[in-house]
Structure formats: C-alpha cells, structure tokens
Design a protein around this ligand. Structure first.
Ligand SMILES: [Zn+2]
Length: 249
C-alpha cells in the first residue's frame, strides 16, 4: 500500500531485526495485487497474495479474475485474497460484495490456493458462503479475526486458521483477547493488517511487520506460554497453510 512507498526497504530490515523472517504482502485490488507479486519477486522472504477486497467489489468480474488467475501462476503467489464482506465500512454495495466474495471463493478453489477471508461484522454472511462453496482442500485463513470466542470456534470447526492483529494488545479489547486465548495453538497466526491496527505501544501509528512481535507477546501472556512457543507455532502454522519452507530462526 502507498503508506509503505517511501521506506519499504527499511521496513523489511526492521522486520528482520525483530525476528520476522517472512512477510506476506496482500493484494486488495488489481493494481495492488500486481504490486504485491512484483515486490515478492524482488525479495526471497516476501510472498504475495492476490484478490479483490470487498471495498473494491466494483472492480470484480471476469476480466479481473482472468488477470488474477494469471498472477496466481507466479511461484511467489501462495494464497488468494483478501476477499470477503465488510458491513462496517460499506465502501461497496453489499450485494456486489457478496457476489464478488462467492465468485472468488470458487476461483480460489479452482486455483487450489488457500483462501484469505476479510470478515468485518459479517460473520453470518461469511460462514454461509464458506458452507455454500466449501470444503476448501487448500485450506484458508480468517484474517484480522474480530469475532468472539463462539465465532472463533465456528471457524475452527470449518477447518480454518485464524489470524490475530495488534488489536489484541488494546486495553479494552477483552472480547478478542478471550477469543485469542481460546483458539487452539495449531490454528493461530499473527499479522499486522498493516498499515492499520498497530499494536500497543504503537497504537494509532503506521503498523509494520516488526510490530507483530508485540502481538505475539500479548498472545503468549493470554495463553500463559512463552513468546518462543507462540513464534514457533504461528510460524509453523503459516508454513503449513501456505506451503512455504519453514524458515530457520
Ligand atoms: Zn482485511
């Protein structure tokens, strides 16, 4: 995203210094999907995902899907998404969001890629789509998970992984803290959702991969396990789901 235009290389360096060995950069429309693949092509430790985010549902359709399918042929593309439904921001008509969501669930399956789901206050609609189009042999991830413990359990039952953003470090985010504590360690990932949702102590600032350290620390505290175990398990989960080599730490 444009928030990283000026100092991308420094961000990658800071991530390495913080112990983040691998970065996934995620497309939200055609242009950013192209950019993601391009960036991944220039760095061994960066992988790309491509797709049309619900905010950009107007851009979805056969021509876009053809181009995204071409991009998905690149060896550094390891997943399809973000796709989904956002009933919070409402940047695109809900009917269009749902159409693009279902069409791309089918496309992800066809491409045999794990699917990355954006679910913002649309748990019922998202789950309905997963039940309608699933099962998903390549698996999938509910990114930036924002539901409660019960919603988490439903996604786990559907075979999905869940990724926790920096929000979990916020003082009043009790629901997500309880949910994060409840998610089995073999289904848990951490993420930035950068440039948004920076964890404490960076709340309100631009987020970047190095800060996943703070999110992992909070999860260690919630689950009463070591930071090292959170790092090891979430990394192994990501490697398993996205079929990438497990990086040495
Ligand atoms: Zn998202």
């Amino acid at each position: 995203m444009s928030a990283y235009e000026d100092d991308c290389l420094e961000i990658i360096d800071r991530a390495q210094a913080a112990g983040v060995k691998t970065i996934f950069t995620v497309g939200i429309d055609l242009q950013s999907s192209e950019a993601a693949v391009h960036l991944a092509g220039r760095h061994d430790n960066i992988y790309a995902l491509v797709g049309i985010h619900p905010h950009h549902a107007r851009e979805a359709g056969p021509a876009a899907y053809r181009r995204l399918s071409e991009l998905a042929g690149d060896t550094k593309v390891i997943g399809y998404g973000e796709i989904g439904i956002d009933l919070c921001k409402d940047y695109a008509p809900v009917a269009l969001q749902k159409k693009a969501y279902l069409e791309q669930l089918h496309l992800a399956k066809e491409l045999e890629l794990p699917v990355i789901i954006h679910d913002r206050e649309a748990h019922a609609e998202i789950i309905a789509g997963l039940q309608e189009v699933g099962p998903f042999p390549a698996g999938g991830l509910i990114h930036c998970f924002s539901g409660d413990k019960e919603v988490a359990r439903r996604f786990v039952d559907l075979g999905f992984y869940l990724s926790i953003p920096g929000v979990v470090t916020f003082k009043k985010a009790l629901e997500i803290q309880e949910a994060a504590a409840s998610i089995p360690l073999d289904r848990l990932l951490v993420e930035t959702d950068g440039p948004f949702l920076a964890p404490e102590p960076w709340r309100g600032k631009r987020n970047e991969p190095a800060y996943t350290l703070y999110t992992a620390e909070k999860i260690a505290e919630l689950k009463n396990i070591s930071l090292d175990e959170v790092a090891r398990r979430t990394t192994a989960n990501a490697a398993r789901l996205f079929q990438i080599p497990l990086c040495s730490r």
